[in-house]
Ligand binder design. Sequence first.
Ligand code: NAD
Length: 251
Amino acid sequence: MKRFHNKNVIVTGGAGGIGDAVCRRFADEGAQVWIVDSHADATAALAENICTTGGSAQWRAVNLSQRDEIAAFVAELTAREARIDVLVNNAGINRRGALLELSDADWQETFTVNLDALFHMCRAVLPQMIAQGGGAIVNTASQWGLHPAPGHIAYNTSKAAVAAFTLSLARDYAPHNVRVNAVCPGEVRTPMLESNLARSGRSLDELNALVPFGRIGEPAEIAATIAFLASDEAPYLCGSLLEITGAQAVA
Ligand code: NAD
């Protein structure tokens, strides 16, 4: 089933663990995927790989901390394409630490990437979605934004803000047929999680054992949920914060 045949889909953080799976999922389902990430080499390699396996992908190296770069990317896209069907705000960073361990820069950078980038990206894309009669936005929040984990105050707070941003945007733009939702994953096996594990001294087996389902999540499982939320199969899903956790409570 090609639910996104010929649709333009933007995915931020496409070069990362979840983002890679999201880009491949949309491409498999017929989308033209616009992969946006600051990591140019990995982004280019992913786009090339998608294209050589029969999909359609373009990539742009964009630092989402820079509002001018976001504006330039969306201006280029709207000049080239008649529609922007889906925006997946997935890029994120995780600066660890409790309040007294965090630097000002860690706090600021977390909010710049995890929240401000969504604000600027949505503000750039929404006029086109409204003009074309609708669209879908899916934000990657986190279970930790709803149930904070210890020792991650900046990350938790930024993701709580993403949840509130998602609900606010959904309420304001549902009348324009723009559906806005968020996924709130628990632990997912990606480079972000692996670096967290390395710092905490925990093993993957230990983490898996904490999940009632028996293992942490896989990027493809998050990607499948994001694609569902963005698809025409979820026409009345708007303003939802979908937890994907394998029934795990925050450890
Ligand atoms: P990841 O580190 O593998 O990927 C993040 C991507 O974002 C990277 O490719 C990175 O280059 C990109 N990025 C970061 N800052 C950027 C910037 N300023 N400009 C452009 N690109 C930038 O992480 P992941 O685990 O795939 O996480 C993806 C999303 O899922 C994040 O929002 C994260 O907070 C969220 N999340 C992850 C988990 C998990 O356990 N892995 C759990 C819940 C939520």
